[in-house]
Each structure stands twice: as structure tokens, then as C-alpha cells.
Design a protein around this ligand. Structure first.
Ligand SMILES: *Cc1c(COP(=O)(O)O)cnc(C)c1O
Length: 479
């Protein structure tokens, strides 16, 4: 006991000091990367952990020598630096086949939108009229484009569609009633629940109908002098099928006609153009929603529209003006770089080249035969380096891509996926190895195989992806 204790004390004395570790060349380059304070804090933690292990007797005392410890600490620091480099918002390859993947940043921006973002990142005319040299409205180009593309009298743009709903409900329905069908009291995901948003804005929810059926007369019977609004929510991420009934926008607008009731439709994703050619059926086209008589409609910028995160409110000029004047709008307004990206995205629609320019639409409209061809060529490239495959089995099979982003859960998008199996790795190990690579490759696992869907991989990323997959072949044989 005594002996162990003194041995332990001797080992503790052998621990390198913080300064010794900091003096190592590799540590110095880490400091240049991450800053001294952060590295010092990590070194302290690592040394401390060693000291505790020694004192607890779990680190074998006789094995300890100062130089060994230094090497070990350096290695741990490297590992820390590696994982620190994986933090933050960094580029990755989305091989999941889910086009609007909320965890992976939803819509990838077009080249024009990305360039516009960079160009506006310094000083820019976000709220300045260059011809007159005076203050101007905020981001009027995007508003003008949206008015033309949707037929709306006016448009207001905020941070996201959730913010749009909060603003509309708090300005027009605070202290009053909002009628919503029980079939539309949905959770969109990420804690966006219609009943919660309503209560947070001080509006009272007046539920009507049943989960599967709500008739126009249900709305009609619920209208009273307390009613401010009829809210129609696009159910986005689920579908009720079978014995169902809903009142459409035109019927609701007819019901509200001649009264002060506001008909507001939260379209969620919505679409600026008809996407039925890509297998997307249930998404309302914003122009049609307004033409059917909705007073206000809101939708996201980074879902099917294919642009940056934004919440767009389109509709009646007098209502939009009240929203614009409300102090709450000031807290939700859009940043200059995002406004620039949105403008560039909308210009593509305006030119009529959206489906060729915007990645979300390009991916949606890529024909199954084209993906199949790319997948076969990809498998061919892998097969060319037969040495590299070494235990890796690559196959092809048909599967389905997903729209994602809570849009069109029932859209059928045929695709061909590459399947990966490995003689020395489980599916989970393959998935992890790809995810922890550089750049990270995100895949999905189905039926014991790792799947790569090229629908969401750009042509420019394919070479990197081939390399990432070939690396799996180099995984050493364990034991
Ligand atoms: C996605 C969605 C929202 C939330 O939009 P964000 O832009 O993510 O805030 C709100 N309503 C509906 C119906 C949606 O589909």
C-alpha cells in the first residue's frame, strides 16, 4: 500500500508540465490554428486526467516515463484537434438522397446565389437607393420579383416561415380567435406546433371539424365576433388518406368575403412553379393560393423554392403594410447576404431557368435513367481500381429518393443507389468511416447495406466521393 502510494507520487512528478507540452512543435502549430487559451485549457485537462489516473492506480506506474507521457499527450491533443476540426458548419457530401435535408442545410444554393451572397458580404445597397443617394426600402428587388412571380399585391420577407406565422398571428389575432381544422393542428418538426404558436402569440385557437373531416359548415358555425382569422395549414410532412374532407382555399375565401375575417394559409414549402412533372402533387403553387382568394400566404425560402432560409409573406397590400410597420417585424428582418441570395434565386425563376439553375429543382427533375447511368459509371470507376476494393463489395439497386423538408412525403422519386458492404466492417462501421472522412459523406443504412444515392450528389463532388469509398478498401485486416 505504502509502496504503491510512493510509486504513484513519483509518477505524478514525472508528468510533463503544461509549459513543456506547449513547447512541442505540434502544439505550437495547434496554437496558431486555434488560439493559445483554448489549447492551454485542453492541455491542462489532459494532464489533469493523467494525474487522476495515476493517483487512482489505474495508470500503471512503472510504465510511466516523462518522454512517453509527452508523446501520449501530443497524440491526445491531435485527436482533440481532429474532432475540433469536425465542429462548426462545414461542407459535406449529402449522399442520402433526401433533397431538402433539414439537418444538412435544406436547399443547396445555386452558383449565382452563392456568388451574390459573397458579393453582398461587404457593404451593399441593402436599404439604400443608389440613383437618389438616399435611404431606400429594404431589399426591394426580392419583393418586386416575388410580387411578379406570385401575383401578390405586396410581399414581406422575414427569417423563416415560423417567424412569418408568429408575425401574422401576433399582429392580426392577438386576443382574438383563430379557426383551424382539427386535421391541420400539426407539428411541422423542430417544435413548430400550430397550437403552441397560436397560444404564444396571444391568439385563441378555435378547433373545428375532426381529424379526417372538416366541412365548410364547421368553419361557418364557429365564426363569431371574436373571430379574427381562418388559418389553413398545409399538413406538409404527413397525409391523411381515406375518408377525408377539407375545405379548400376558395371555399374559405368565399366564407370570409364581405367580412373582416382574414384568410391566412401557411403553405410551408409551397412552390413557385408547378412541380407535378417531378412527381410532386400535393404542394400548393403560391400564385394559385392567392388567386383562390387567400388574403395572406406564407412559405419557406429554403424548401422547394430552392433558396436561402427565409419566410415569405405574400398577399393583400393593406395587410402586408400593417405587418411591415409592426415593431415585431424589425426583430425578424432578413440579413443582407441572405437577401442577395434570395434575389439571385428568384432571378432564375424570372428568367424561366429555375429548373436548370437551382439545385433543388435540378435534383428533383433528374430522370431515373440519368441517375442509373451515373451510378453505373460510378461503380465502374470503383471497379477500375480493383486493388483498392479489397474486401469492399459494391452493388447497384433501385430505390427511392425523398423530397424531405417536410414536403410531399408521398412523392415517388425513383432512383438507383450504390450499395456498399465490406468483409471486415459492419454497415454501421462503413457509415461511420464515410461520415468521419474529409469531406464527411453522409449516407443511409437500409437492410444491412450502406446506400449512396447520387441524386443529391453534384457532378463536381463525384471524384471526392469515389476517393472516399476507395479509402474503405484500405481498412486494415484486424487480427
Ligand atoms: C416547414 C414549415 C414551416 C416552418 O418553416 P421554416 O421556414 O422552417 O420556419 C411552417 N409551416 C409549414 C406548413 C411548414 O411546412
Amino acid at each position: 500500500m505504502r509502496n504503491d502510494r510512493s510509486l504513484n507520487m513519483a509518477s505524478v512528478a514525472a508528468l510533463p508540465s503544461v509549459d513543456e507540452v506547449l513547447a512541442q512543435p505540434t502544439t505550437q502549430s495547434l496554437i496558431a490554428d486555434m488560439g493559445r487559451d483554448r489549447v492551454v485549457a485542453v492541455v491542462r485537462t489532459l494532464i489533469d486526467r493523467r494525474r487522476k489516473e495515476i493517483l487512482a492506480g489505474s495508470l500503471h506506474a512503472t510504465a510511466i516515463e516523462r518522454s512517453d507521457l509527452l508523446v501520449q499527450l501530443e497524440r491526445e491533443l491531435e485527436r482533440f484537434a481532429d474532432s475540433a476540426r469536425r465542429e462548426g458548419v462545414r461542407r459535406l457530401i449529402n449522399a442520402t438522397g433526401t433533397i431538402i435535408h433539414t439537418n444538412l442545410g435544406r436547399a443547396p444554393l445555386s452558383a449565382n446565389a452563392a456568388a451574390a451572397m459573397l458579393s453582398a458580404s461587404g457593404y451593399s445597397a441593402i436599404e439604400y437607393d443608389i440613383p437618389s443617394g438616399s435611404r431606400g426600402p429594404r431589399g426591394p428587388r426580392a419583393v418586386d420579383l416575388l410580387k411578379r412571380l406570385t401575383g401578390a399585391e405586396d410581399v414581406l420577407i422575414v427569417n423563416n416561415c415560423a417567424a412569418a406565422a408568429m408575425l401574422i398571428l401576433s399582429v392580426f389575432a392577438q386576443g382574438r380567435e383563430v379557426i383551424v381544422s382539427r386535421g391541420e393542428l400539426v407539428e411541422i418538426g423542430g417544435d413548430f406546433r400550430i397550437p403552441d404558436i397560436l397560444s404564444r402569440t396571444g391568439a385563441t385557437l378555435r378547433e373545428v371539424g375532426t381529424t379526417n373531416r372538416t366541412k365548410l359548415s364547421d368553419y361557418e358555425n364557429a365564426i363569431s365576433e371574436r373571430t379574427a382569422m381562418i388559418l389553413k395549414v398545409h399538413p406538409s410532412n404527413f397525409r391523411i388518406t381515406g375518408f377525408t374532407k377539407t375545405a379548400d382555399t376558395a371555399e374559405l375565401a368565399g366564407l370570409a368575403a364581405g367580412s373582416n375575417l382574414i384568410v391566412y394559409e401557411d403553405a410551408g414549402s409551397g412552390a413557385l412553379i408547378d412541380l407535378s412533372g417531378a412527381g410532386i402533387k400535393g404542394e400548393p403553387v403560391i400564385r394559385d393560393v392567392l388567386a383562390a382568394g387567400a388574403d395572406l400566404v406564407s412559405f419557406s425560402g429554403d424548401k422547394l423554392l430552392g433558396g436561402p432560409q427565409a419566410g415569405i409573406i405574400a398577399g393583400r397590400g393593406d395587410l402586408i403594410e400593417r405587418l411591415r410597420r409592426d415593431p415585431f417585424y424589425r426583430a425578424l428582418r432578413l440579413d443582407k447576404t441572405i437577401t442577395a441570395a434570395l434575389e439571385a434565386t428568384l432571378e432564375a425563376y424570372s428568367r424561366g431557368s429555375a429548373s436548370a439553375e437551382l439545385p433543388v429543382l435540378t435534383m428533383l427533375f433528374t430522370r431515373p435513367e440519368e441517375i442509373a447511368g451515373r451510378a453505373a459509371a460510378f461503380a465502374g470507376k470503383l471497379a477500375e481500381s480493383v486493388d483498392g476494393l479489397n474486401g469492399l463489395q459494391v452493388g447497384l439497386r433501385s430505390s427511392r429518393s425523398a423530397v424531405g423538408g417536410g414536403a410531399s412525403p408521398d412523392a415517388v422519386i425513383e432512383t438507383t443507389v450504390l450499395t456498399l458492404k465490406h468483409s471486415r466492417m459492419s454497415d454501421a462501421q462503413i457509415e461511420e468511416a464515410l461520415r468521419l472522412g474529409e469531406p464527411p459523406v453522409i449516407t443511409r443504412i437500409e437492410g444491412g447495406e450502406v446506400l449512396i444515392d447520387l441524386r443529391t450528389v453534384s457532378l463536381a463532388e463525384e471524384a471526392e466521393l469515389v476517393e472516399a469509398v476507395l479509402k474503405l478498401g484500405n481498412v486494415p485486416v484486424v487480427k
